[in-house]
Design a protein around this ligand. Structure first.
Ligand code: ADP
Ligand code: MG
Length: 261
């Protein structure tokens, strides 16, 4: 039986219309992401990575073409899709637990069971003792973990991650990469990660998609070899072939910069 992709883009264009101009941000995008797959998007600043995630999240409709989730056109934001951003956007006046429960509250699904699930997630992310604390009492890495718990709380099967690790110090970032990848793999989630860190993209993904800018479009796709994929992100960077692949994709990215894109 053939599987239905979790996300499918068909000839997708996205035009931003402002009062002064129309910007073609994405052009002719075709992409399928299969259940349980984890892919990364890399490319120069302004090539449309955030725009693409926003369209997949249903925040605005495509100008042309289609975005399908589980085979059905996206009609708007859905609880099946979790969206995590670079900044944690925790509310300073809410406790950690009440921040983590926000998505459940907003979607009217707060119950004893769902709250127990969130407490379990906090525990699993090493945040067990923090439920009654406030965001300012936590480190940046801990706050990003709370944001991840909040994203997972509604049990989405697709996670969209827009540079979630880029504001963290290197060690925290490596730990969080491990945690996120483990969590998603264990729970069979599908993930799309935007990152400007190429080694991160290679270390955590099944496929790395390189985008070109103006208009944003898919330039190339790299399938990550099994040996690198099977290793935890931290160790993947030391696997044979990692450096060669890094340089190959790096050259690809550099040629984009070279053309002034
Ligand atoms: P990336 O995340 O890859 O840096 P973005 O998706 O943020 O790129 O932006 C893609 C292009 O769309 C850029 O040229 C940007 O200036 C433009 N853009 C992004 N958001 C808007 C908006 N709300 N209105 C008009 N143009 C936008
Ligand atoms: Mg962006």
């Amino acid at each position: 039986m053939s599987q239905v992709p979790v996300v499918e883009l068909k000839d997708l264009d996205l035009v931003y219309v402002t009062d002064r101009e129309a910007v073609l941000a994405l052009e002719g995008m075709n992409l399928s992401v299969m259940p349980g797959e984890f892919i990364s998007l890399v490319g120069p600043s302004g090539c449309g990575k955030t725009t693409l995630l926003s369209v997949i999240a249903g925040l605005f409709p495509p100008s042309r073409g289609e975005v399908l989730l589980h085979g059905k056109p996206v009609a708007g934001p859905s609880p099946e899709v979790g969206y995590m951003l670079q900044q944690d956007y925790l509310f300073p006046w809410r406790t950690i637990l009440s921040n983590a429960l926000l998505g459940l509250e907003l979607t009217g699904r707060l119950s004893e069971d769902s709250q127990a699930f969130v407490l379990e997630l906090l525990e699993g992310m090493g945040l067990g003792g923090t439920a009654d604390r406030y965001p300012h009492q936590l480190s940046g890495g801990m706050r990003q973990r709370v944001a991840l718990v909040r994203t997972l709380a509604t049990n989405p099967d697709l996670l969209l991650l827009d540079e979630p690790f880029s504001a963290l110090d290197y060690q925290t970032k490596l730990q969080l990469e491990d945690l996120v990848v483990d969590t998603l793999r264990q729970r069979g989630k599908t993930g799309i990660l935007v990152t400007h860190d190429l080694s991160e993209a290679i270390a955590v993904s099944d496929r790395v998609i390189v985008l070109a800018a103006r208009p944003g479009r898919i330039r190339s796709t790299y399938v990550i070899p099994e040996t690198i994929r099977g290793a935890q992100p931290f160790y993947a960077r030391e696997e044979a072939g990692f450096n060669e692949l890094f340089h190959e994709i790096w050259r690809d990215l550099e040629s984009l910069e070279g053309k002034g894109e």
